[in-house]
Design a protein around this ligand. Structure first.
Ligand code: 7PJ
Length: 299
């Protein structure tokens, strides 16, 4: 294969290009989470069996997910990564099955270049990296694979990130970090229209930091790249409501709505059906607002 050849298998190049076009549209996209892990904070162990993970992906698509994000590394605070071989064994069969049996784009939640390459060969059309392509070889792998990449901010590593998160100006620092990663990506040859940004809620952040980022999300969206927000059932919602992870549906939907109103383009969620309904309400109001500007006598 020549270096300029398209590395996506031809059947998936179309799915990738549809995703890139979709990311350019204003409507918010709901991405369903498929965790193939024994230890994720909410659904760890529930979908560890590949067949169950695939079934769950189908359920999320039936609920209205426009994308699925498949991950094999739990990044919950205090967790340690699995071996590369273990991560590959977890995610590749699930990505392969979902890419061949659903109509939605499949993203791989990984930081490792080896996993990125196998995942794209199996049909993944986006890379979601909580380490923003900072592991050795990841940036070059992502550029060569020519798929959209989500660059997430994290202070530290999952094993220790919640011990003492410290910022002087969290919104400014996350903003600067993301701008720096965008520059590195562009230099490495990642296409501008393939870049997605994420402030990384809960990744090396206190409640105060997370709230400042949610309130200031617009400043990140104003960089001009689609923003992904992952707030679903996270600890910050437990801190606000006093509720256990199983009882954070309402707060998760509220947080998703706030993120959408602050300019998020992709909502990464466990609870697809409820989030899709909430976004439908926002969209209906947006349409009414556009109409009222056109025909002011209606308001
Ligand atoms: C995020 C993620 C997030 C992106 C996880 C969970 C914890 N990827 N992977 N953003 N969170 N891009 O499933 O809630 O917030 S793992």
């Amino acid at each position: 294969m020549t270096p300029t050849a398209d590395p996506a298998p031809p059947v998936f190049a179309g799915a990738r290009d549809r995703l890139v076009r979709r990311l350019g549209e204003p409507a918010v996209l709901v991405c369903g989470i498929v965790n193939v892990t024994p230890d994720s904070f909410y659904d760890g162990g529930r979908y560890q069996d590949p067949a169950r993970a695939v079934d769950h992906g189908h359920t999320l698509v039936a609920e209205g997910a426009e994308m699925l994000d498949v991950g094999g590394e739990s990044t919950r605070p205090g967790s340690h990564p699995p071996s590369v071989a273990e991560e590959i064994a977890r995610v590749i069969p699930v990505i392969d099955a979902l890419a061949h049996t659903t109509s939605v784009p499949v993203s791989v939640d990984t930081s490792r270049p080896e996993v990125m390459r196998e995942a794209v060969a199996a049909g993944a059309v986006m890379i979601n990296d909580v380490r923003a392509l900072r592991l050795r070889g990841a940036l070059d792998a992502a550029a060569a694979l020519k798929v959209p990449v989500c660059l997430m901010h994290m202070q530290g590593e999952p094993a220790t990130m919640q011990i003492a998160p410290t910022y002087y100006d969290v919104v400014g620092e996350v903003h600067r970090f993301l701008v720096g990663r965008v520059e590195r990506c562009l230099t490495a040859g990642v296409a501008r229209e393939h870049i997605v940004l994420d402030p990384g809620f809960g990744f090396g952040k206190t409640l105060e930091h997370n709230l400042a980022l949610l309130a200031g999300l617009r400043s990140i969206a104003n960089l001009g790249y689609p923003v992904l927000a992952g707030l679903s059932r996270k600890g910050m919602l437990g801190a606000i409501t006093g509720r256990a992870v199983t009882d954070r549906l309402a707060s998760s939907v509220a947080a998703a709505v706030v993120a959408a109103q602050q300019g998020a383009s992709i909502l990464r969620v466990h609870d697809v059906a409820a989030t899709v309904d909430a976004i439908a309400v926002i969209q209906a109001v947006d349409i009414a607002r556009a109409a009222s500007t056109k025909y002011p006598q209606l308001i």
